[in-house]
Structure formats: C-alpha cells, structure tokens
Design a protein around this ligand. Structure first.
Ligand code: NAI
Ligand code: MG
Length: 341
C-alpha cells in the first residue's frame, strides 16, 4: 500500500484536491491517503507555524505528496508560503519542477492561427536555486537610501543535474533558455553545463534561446518546443505562458521531483484563487492531471493514460467548469471525468 500525503491547503485547494482524490479512488490503485488538512492559513495565523516538524516527517516518510494550493490574502508575510512549499522543495531537494503543457482541445487555445495551437511541450524549471533561495538582504530599508539585493544563485551541481534531467526526458529536442548576454556569470555556467549535456546526448537535438526571445516564440509558435530547460524565475514565468497557450491556468499540472530518490510533490500550477474560492466553480482539471502525473511516476502508466483520455473526452464534450466554457460546478466537472474512466 503506497501512502500519499495530501495537503489540500487554502482557497480552491481543498475543492480541487477532493476531486483529484475521488478520481484516484475510482482508479482503484490501492493508494492510501494521509490528509494533512490542518496545514493551512488558519493554522498559520493562529500558531505562526507553517509546517511543523512532525508533519514534515509524515511527508518525508510517505511515497509522494499531492498538494492543492498555499496562499491566503489574510497572510501578509511570505513566511507562510516559504514555510510550506519552499521548505518541501528545498529540504526534500525536489530540484526538478516538471510542467507539461499540452492543449486538451482546439477550442481552448487563445491563439488565432490554428497552425500554432497544437501545443505539447514540457517546461523543466530548476526548483531549488536561482532567485528564490532567500539569499540577499536589504540595507537602510524604508529609507530613500534603501538597497535591496536578491541573489540569483546558480551552482554547478544544481545546473548540471537539471540540464541532464531535461535531456533524459526529451522526446526530440531540448531548448535551453537563459539570458547569458546580460547575466554573465550564471549565463556562462548554464551554457557550459548545457553544452556538456548535449554532447552526452547526441541522439537529442538541442538549441538555445534568450529568455525574451523564448517568451515571444512561446506565443507566436509554441508548437516548435519539446522540452524547455531554464532557471527558477524564468521557468516560473515561461511555464505560466505555456499553460496559458495550452488552455489556461485551470488545466495546468506540475510535479516537483527528485528523480534519484523517486520522490515527488504534485500540484496544479494555479494558486488558491481567493477570487473564486467557495463559489464551487474552480476547475479540477489541473489537480486531476497532477494526480495523473503522480500515478504515472508510481508506475501506473495505463491508469495515467486512461485518466488523460477521460479528461480530453470530458473537455471535448464541453462538460467543464465555466473557465473552459462549460456550466458544471467543480464536483460536476470531476464526475464528468470519472464517468469516462
Ligand atoms: P491564482 O492561480 O490563485 O489565480 C489566478 C487567476 O486564475 C484567478 O483569477 C483565479 O480565479 C484563476 N484560477 C486559478 N485557478 C483556477 C481554477 N482551478 N479554475 C478556475 N480559475 C482559476 O494566482 P494568484 O491570484 O496570483 O494567487 C492567489 C494566491 O495563491 C496567493 O496567495 C499566491 O501566493 C498563491 N499561490 C500559490 C501557489 C501554490 O500553492 N503553488 C501558486 C501560485 C499562487
Ligand atoms: Mg507561478
């Protein structure tokens, strides 16, 4: 029996995670859920603790984690999000942020040219370094002499392993994205690691784009991409563009992985969406597709493929939440998928 830790979190997190759990139950894979539903903004506001050590140990000793969303407008400080998500990513060394973007149905694309719509790419974002480590500081904060410094940190170890992962999963091509023309030292390190990985994988094509050009191309011709590998902040932004051209934030799934340890934290790309929380219109597809990535990584490849097919069919039939043009509520959209399994 594989124990999956579940952290529903805040806002629409619990709403979409309920649908993901019901869908996994339907597949009868013998998964057992350990639900940490007290890890949320209420607890943080009451106790000041984001994720206590005991809960962290429960996560660490489980098979994988399924997470909804962390974030609440009542929480002012970044300590909460850092204390849950970034703690898990950093301390469990989940250095790969694997974000597939595949258009589920032609009508979901915001792009005018049909030739640009068949999006099927994966953004591989470095997940433990870059601008998000918290390294930095400020001098004279609050004054007109304030200096703010956030360090964009790249290590050889961290860069070499993420680029290698990208080549290891690419179907045909890896596109490495950086800003080496302006960000000299990190750029040089990424360039060297990328060239070395390309030389180890002569069977995979490889190219390079600067991040501004990559952003433009993801909008004008996203069909040209297979795997994009880039640093933490560029990956954050490019994966949102990828999810937008692939049908919207409500459908985007992601995995935070440590491939060597075979451990992953799976979550929809979206946040807690306070503007629609409690209205029962949150799209569960991103959470259900994330659960699909989870079972695929546990080796249930047929079930994962069946899940993806059921989602595509429900979307094609228009049985979706309003963000995709349908009129179903969150549970109804989940049921429409389960009915096709
Ligand atoms: P968001 O992703 O929560 O919402 C952006 C927009 O997309 C909103 O208009 C929302 O209604 C819509 N949307 C998002 N998910 C949807 C779904 N499943 N179905 C239909 N519409 C959906 O991003 P936002 O507003 O920037 O952040 C809200 C909170 O979530 C913040 O506290 C933020 O820190 C947190 N957050 C957490 C993340 C995580 O847990 N990994 C990721 C991103 C944001
Ligand atoms: Mg983001």
């Amino acid at each position: 029996m594989s124990v999956i830790t579940v952290i529903p979190g805040d806002g629409i997190g619990p709403e979409v995670i309920e649908q993901a759990m019901l869908t996994l139950d339907r597949l009868q894979l013998g998964l057992e859920f350990d639900v940490l539903d007290h890890v949320n903004a209420d607890t943080f506001l009451r106790t000041g603790v984001a994720l206590c050590d005991e809960d962290f140990e429960r996560v660490r000793s489980s098979r994988s984690v399924l997470l909804g969303a962390i974030g609440d407008p009542r929480v002012g400080s970044p300590a909460y999000g850092r204390g849950v998500l970034l703690r898990l990513r950093f301390e469990l060394d989940l250095y790969v942020n694997h974000r597939p973007a595949k258009l589920l149905h032609d009508r979901l694309s915001p792009l005018r040219a049909d030739s640009a719509r068949a999006v099927d790419c994966i953004v591989i974002r470095e997940n433990t370094e870059g601008l998000y480590t918290g390294a930095g500081g400020s001098v004279h904060p609050g004054s007109e002499h304030e200096i703010a410094l956030d360090v964009d940190l790249s290590t050889y170890h961290g860069t070499a392993r993420i680029v290698e992962y990208a080549f290891s999963i690419a179907r045909r091509e890896v596109c490495m994205v950086d800003k080496a023309n302006a960000v000299e030292f990190g750029g040089g390190l990424w360039q060297r690691c990328w060239r070395a990985a390309a030389a180890r994988h002569p069977d995979k094509a490889s190219r390079h784009l600067y991040v501004d050009a990559a952003a433009m191309q993801m909008v004008t011709d996203p069909t040209g991409f297979d795997v994009i590998v880039t640093n933490n902040s560029y990956g954050d932004i490019l994966s949102d563009i990828a999810s937008a051209v692939a049908g919207g934030i409500g459908t985007a799934a992601s995995a935070n992985l440590n491939p060597e340890r075979g451990f992953g934290l799976y979550e929809p790309v979206h946040g807690s969406a306070p503007d629609i929380a409690g209205k029962d219109i949150a799209n569960p597809v991103g959470a259900i597709l994330s659960a699909g990535l989870l079972i695929g990584d546990l080796g249930h490849h047929e079930a994962a493929a069946a899940l993806r097919a059921a989602i595509s069919q429900a979307v094609a039939a228009g049985e979706t939440t309003p963000d995709l043009g349908g009129s179903l509520d969150t549970r109804g959209a989940g049921e429409a998928i389960r009915a096709r399994l």
